[in-house]
Design a protein around this ligand. Structure first.
Ligand code: THU
Length: 133
């Protein structure tokens, strides 16, 4: 079994802040950037991409999971999401579910008050094992 890479949170923050500069947020004016570390050490990123049909807008985390799969797949082991101020931002409920699917209970999330495992960010989550039950 491959070793879980060490998390360089400053590196993830830089990547998330950089991704945030590419956000397309002409409606909310609320740019979001996210960076994630994959279990093989890759750093993936995403930014929010809004739409004139507001409900069609994509959160930054959607881009992150696309980047994960489009560059080789694997699992997320750590994620950091930032707003335009560069500070850690909590993912919305839907995006917590996305992170659960692609990182699971042990994936670490940098929150405004420190690092938490997804098990605490999305307690009693619905996941693939429920479909098998
Ligand atoms: N947003 C994200 O990109 N990720 C989140 O987890 C929370 C919200 C975006 C969606 C929208 O483009 C903007 O932030 C304001 O809600």
């Amino acid at each position: 079994m491959a070793e879980i890479p060490t998390v360089d949170w400053e590196d993830l923050r830089r990547a998330a802040v950089d991704a945030c500069t590419r956000a397309y947020a002409p409606y909310s004016h609320f740019p979001v950037g996210v960076a994630g570390l994959a279990d093989d050490g890759r750093v993936l990123t995403g930014c929010n991409v809004e739409n004139a049909a507001y409900g069609v807008g994509l959160c930054a985390e959607c881009g992150l999971v696309c980047d994960l799969h489009n560059t080789g797949g694997g699992r997320l082991v750590a994620v950091l999401c930032v707003g335009g101020d560069g500070q850690a931002l909590m993912p919305c409920g839907r995006c917590r579910q996305l992170l659960w699917e692609h990182g699971g209970a042990d994936c670490l999330l940098m929150t405004p008050t420190g690092v938490l495992p997804m098990a605490e960010v999305l307690p009693q989550a619905f996941g693939a094992e429920n479909l098998r039950a």
